[in-house]
Ligand binder design. Structure first.
Ligand code: PMP
Length: 413
C-alpha cells in the first residue's frame, strides 16, 4: 500500500498516552486500540487522582450551608462552574447548570422551556440528530400539539441550508440542532443557523455532545440560547453534564425536576423557586463527578483545544485516506467540515460482525445505529461501523483498524 504522509502531532502523543491508564491495558496480550471516543472517552490520571483526593480527603455535602469542610467542598464545586463558563466563554457562571449529561440537559429544555409552547408552535430539528435530541421533541409535540419540522441532510452529509431556510417561519419557536453529528461527523454552521433563527425570533439549542470535546467553543460568538454536553465524552466521569443557557432565557423558565435545593421557600401550600442555576439543580448534586469535570477541563486546557483539534483533524484526514483504500468500504458522511468521526459500510459484513472480528485484536470501534436511526434511514443502511478519534490516538491505530478490516474481508469476502 502507498505510504500516506502524516503531519507530526503538535504535542508528544506517546507522553500524553502515558497519562491515560486505560490506554496501557491489554486483553489476551493485545494492546487496546481505542477508536470509540464518540461513545465515551478515557480519563487521564489527573482526573482520577482529583476524584480520589476529593473522595478521600475533602468529601462533604455541597451547598448545604454547614461546617468548614462543607463550605470548602461547595467552593470547589462552584469553582468548576466558573471553569465551565470560561471553557465555553459563557461570561457569567450563573448560566451553567450541572446535569447528569447531554440527554438530561436537552430534556430539561424540552420540559421547562417547552412548557410554554402552544399548539401549532413549531420546533425544528435535523435529520442527523441523536435520539437525545429527537425523542424529547417528539414527546413535546404529542403533548402540546406542536409541529416538529426536520431539516434535510444532503448526500454528502451536510445540512441542507436551503431546506432550513424554507422551514423557518413566524411560528418557529425553537431550533434544536447538533453542532457535530455523532454518525456523519458533519460540523454544522451554528453561527449562521442562529442568525437565521433570530430573523424569525426563534431560540436555538445546540447539542454540543460531539463538538465541545473537540474544538474551541464560544457560546457568545455562536449566540446560541442553549448548549448541552456530557462530561464523559470530555475525559471526565459519567453522570455529569452541562446545560448552558442565556441567563434571561433560563430566568424565564419554570423548574423541571423539583425538590431540595431548587427553592427559596416552601410552605405546606406552595413553594417559591430559586434563581438559575439553582432552580434547575434539585437534589444532592454529583459533587465528585463535577470535581472530576473541573480536572478534565484543566487537562484539555493544558494541551490546548487548538492543538487537540489540529491533531484530531490530521487523524481524520489520514483515516479517511486509509479507509477509502479498503475494498468495498463506503464512508457515510463526507462533509467538508467534519469532527474526527468516520462511519462506514463495509460490503463484506454487517457492522456487528465487523466489530466482533476486530475485537479479537482488541480494536474497539462501534457498530450499530449509534442512537441515530433517522440518519441511518436517510442513508439507507441498517447500521454503520464507526471509528472516532481523540487527541490520544495514533496513526498506527488507524493502520491496525485497516489491517483488521482486511481480515474481515478475508473471512466474509
Ligand atoms: N447528542 C449526541 C450528538 C451524542 O453523540 C450523544 C451521545 N452519544 C448524546 C447527545 C447523548 O449524550 P449522553 O448519553 O452522554 O447524555
Amino acid at each position: 500500500m502507498e505510504k500516506i504522509k502524516t503531519n507530526p502531532a503538535p504535542f508528544d502523543v506517546d507522553a500524553v498516552r502515558r497519562d491515560f491508564p486505560m490506554l496501557a491495558t491489554e486483553l489476551d496480550g493485545k494492546p487496546l486500540v481505542y477508536l470509540d471516543n464518540a461513545a465515551t472517552t478515557h480519563k487521564p490520571r489527573a482526573v482520577i487522582d482529583r476524584i480520589v483526593k476529593f473522595e478521600s480527603e475533602q468529601y462533604a455535602p455541597v451547598r448545604r450551608g454547614s461546617y468548614r469542610l462543607g463550605e470548602a467542598a461547595t467552593e470547589m464545586f462552584e469553582d468548576v462552574r466558573k471553569k465551565v463558563a470560561a471553557f465555553i466563554n459563557a461570561g457569567d457562571h450563573r448560566q451553567i447548570v450541572f446535569t447528569s449529561g447531554a440527554t438530561q440537559s436537552i430534556n430539561l429544555v424540552a420540559h421547562s422551556f417547552g412548557k410554554r409552547l402552544l399548539a401549532g408552535d413549531e420546533i425544528i430539528i435535523s435529520n442527523m440528530e441523536h435520539h437525545a435530541n429527537t425523542v424529547p421533541w417528539q414527546m413535546l409535540r404529542d403533548e402540546k400539539g406542536c409541529v416538529l419540522r426536520v431539516i434535510p441532510v444532503n448526500d454528502d452529509g451536510t445540512l441542507s441550508m436551503e431546506g432550513y431556510a424554507k422551514l423557518l417561519g413566524p411560528k418557529t419557536k425553537l431550533v434544536a440542532i447538533t453542532q457535530a453529528s455523532n454518525v456523519l461527523g458533519t460540523v454544522n454552521p451554528i453561527k449562521e443557523i442562529v442568525k437565521m433563527a433570530r430573523s424569525v425570533g426563534a431560540k436555538v439549542l445546540v447539542d454540543g455532545a460531539q463538538s465541545v470535546p473537540h474544538m474551541r467553543i464560544d457560546v457568545r460568538e455562536m449566540d446560541c440560547d442553549f448548549l448541552a454536553f456530557s462530561g464523559h465524552k470530555i475525559y471526565a466521569p459519567n453522570g455529569v453534564g452541562v446545560l448552558f443557557g442565556k441567563y434571561d432565557v433560563l430566568e424565564s423558565m419554570p423548574p423541571y425536576v423539583t425538590g431540595g435545593d431548587m427553592i427559596n421557600t416552601v410552605t405546606l401550600e406552595r413553594a417559591t423557586f430559586a434563581k438559575p442555576p439553582g432552580r434547575f439543580e434539585a437534589g444532592t448534586p454529583a459533587a465528585s463527578q463535577v470535581i472530576g469535570l473541573g480536572a478534565a477541563l484543566e487537562y484539555v486546557n493544558g494541551l490546548g483545544m487548538e492543538k487537540i483539534a489540529a491533531h484530531e483533524q490530521s487523524l481524520l484526514e489520514y483515516g479517511t485516506r486509509v479507509l477509502s483504500g479498503v475494498k468495498g468500504l463506503r464512508i457515510i458522511g463526507n462533509a467538508p467540515h467534519k469532527a474526527a468521526i468516520i462511519s462506514f459500510w463495509l460490503e463484506a459484513a454487517h457492522p456487528h460482525d465487523v466489530i466482533t472480528i476486530i475485537d479479537q485484536d482488541n480494536v474497539a470501534v462501534r457498530g450499530g445505529h449509534h442512537c441515530a436511526q433517522p440518519v441511518m434511514d436517510r442513508f439507507k443502511v441498517p447500521a454503520t461501523t464507526r471509528a472516532s478519534f481523540s487527541f490520544y490516538n495514533k496513526y498506527e491505530e488507524i493502520d491496525a483498524l485497516a489491517e483488521n478490516l482486511q481480515k474481515v474481508i478475508k473471512v466474509f469476502g
